[in-house]
Design a protein around this ligand. Structure first.
Ligand code: AMP
Length: 424
């Protein structure tokens, strides 16, 4: 079924075609007509389902249909939890809207960078604003933007907005919006907090859930490779060369490990860059842009990049260090196999981390075969420290959601262990 059947105008259909979107994904099929009609929507869909275009295309069309006031005032507000997601949504909506005339003005604002260029960018107003809540409130406080003309509010990744402690800021933003408006709420899960928010916000919404069994579910081949911890970098290098992989996202436990693994790969002739929270926002954006342009073959990252990021057709994700929780495992491997494309997720498991991986498998109802790669067969068969799987190095345990003091100490110890292995 082509996009035009959903009631979208030719410039948007053409832009979608140019992006390689030939048929709508299930969430797009379900929500585009309703959003065009001005209905509220509650969408339960993972990043990767095509949800950005699902709300972006009809909202761009609605904006296009009603002429901009002078000066322009924000009519569509998209709230997102992270800078990365803000940039990514901005990029997608710009691409989708680029064939519209007269052109709509989009602005993207987020914290962690200087506010002045964003204030300049908002001079003369904007039709659609994509923002993280904290920076948006700062801009309102500076009189750089007013929200009194907002007709549609989108909460993208509402579960993360709440997880990251934005509830209070969200409340302050909502208080600045006109009461009568369209509300769209997208979330990967509908945990209690999100459902309460949805109940408060949405009026007679269309509820759409894209079940995990839909055909747009990413096809991810999950492989588990047994290897001694000190052999992980040589094995990674071997696999990259052997398979000719050119876009690999590698997850490690610490920022320091990200630096070191990237450096070790780089020294052996693989274009690898680190990506973590100690880099400036500018450096992070640059690494991502260059990774997307295939200038970097490998990005070695902490869990900072595990959620929300969309790098189209990322074929390989590697758990060099295992994730701390089973949920993080899903978020990490979800970086590959986007929008129906297939991908490979590799996890390196040693005698020390085997028990932790089994726990992840149990929680995710998985049972994956273990592989060994010739030349990299493990020598260590018993864990160095037997007992509690949560104390396995490189994992950090799986107790609560937020790291406890004990967890932080354990991560520090893991960093030390990883460093010793890397220097070995
Ligand atoms: P999202 O869920 O919005 O993060 O989108 C995930 C990925 O799906 C992005 O890389 C989009 O470019 C891609 N995508 C969105 N809609 C479609 C479509 N109809 N067909 C193919 N790919 C799509």
């Amino acid at each position: 079924m082509p996009f035009s059947i959903l009631g979208l105008i030719p410039p948007l259909v053409r832009a979608a075609t140019d992006l390689g979107f030939s048929v709508p994904t299930p969430i797009q099929l379900a929500t585009i007509p309703a959003i065009l009609q001005g209905r509220d929507v509650q969408g339960c869909a993972q990043t990767g389902s095509g949800k950005t275009a699902a709300y972006g295309m009809p909202l761009l069309q609605n904006l296009h249909a009603s002429p901009a006031q002078r000066p322009r005032r924000v009519r569509v507000l998209v709230l997102v939890p992270t800078r990365e997601l803000a940039a990514q949504v901005g990029e997608m909506l710009r691409s989708l809207g680029q064939q519209l005339t007269p052109a709509l003005k989009l602005a993207v604002v987020f914290g962690g960078v200087s506010i002045n260029p964003q204030m300049m960018g908002l001079r003369g107003g904007a039709d659609l604003l994509i923002a993280t809540p904290g920076r948006l409130l700062d801009l309102v406080a500076h009189n750089a933007v007013t929200l009194s003309a907002v007709q549609t509010l989108v909460l993208d990744e509402a579960d993360r907005l709440l997880d990251l402690g934005f509830a209070e800021e969200l409340g302050r933003v909502l208080a600045l919006l006109p009461e009568k408006r369209q509300n769209l709420l997208f979330s990967a899960t509908f945990a209690t907090g999100v459902q309460t928010l949805a109940d408060q916000l949405l009026a007679d919404p269309l509820r759409v859930e894209v079940p995990a069994t839909e055909h747009n579910e990413p096809i991810i081949l999950q492989r588990v490779i047994q290897v001694d911890a000190p052999q992980r970098t040589p094995l990674l290098r071997h696999l990259i060369k052997d398979h000719g992989w050119t876009r690999v996202l590698v997850f490690v436990a610490t920022k320091y490990a990200a630096e070191l693994v990237a450096e070790k790969l780089y020294k052996t002739g693989i274009f690898a860059a680190p990506f973590h929270g100690n880099l400036s926002q500018g450096a992070r954006s640059q690494v991502l842009a260059e990774f997307k342009d295939e200038r970097w073959e490998v990005v070695v990252t902490t869990d900072l990049a595990a959620r929300g990021l969309d790098i189209a057709q990322l074929p390989v994700v590697v758990n060099y260090d295992l994730p701390r929780s089973p949920t993080d495992y899903l978020h990490r491997i979800g970086r590959t196999g986007r929008a129906g494309a297939s991908g490979v997720a590799l996890s390196f498991v040693s005698a020390d981390t085997e028990a932790h991986f089994r726990l992840i498998e149990r929680r995710q109802h998985l049972s994956l075969p273990r592989e060994q790669i010739p030349g990299f067969e493990p020598n260590q068969t018993e864990p160095a420290s037997a007992g509690d799987p949560a104390s396995a190095p490189g994992t950090g345990g799986v107790k609560g959601k937020r790291p406890s003091k004990k967890d932080k100490l354990r991560v520090a110890a893991t960093a030390d262990a990883t460093l010793k292995q890397l220097h070995a």
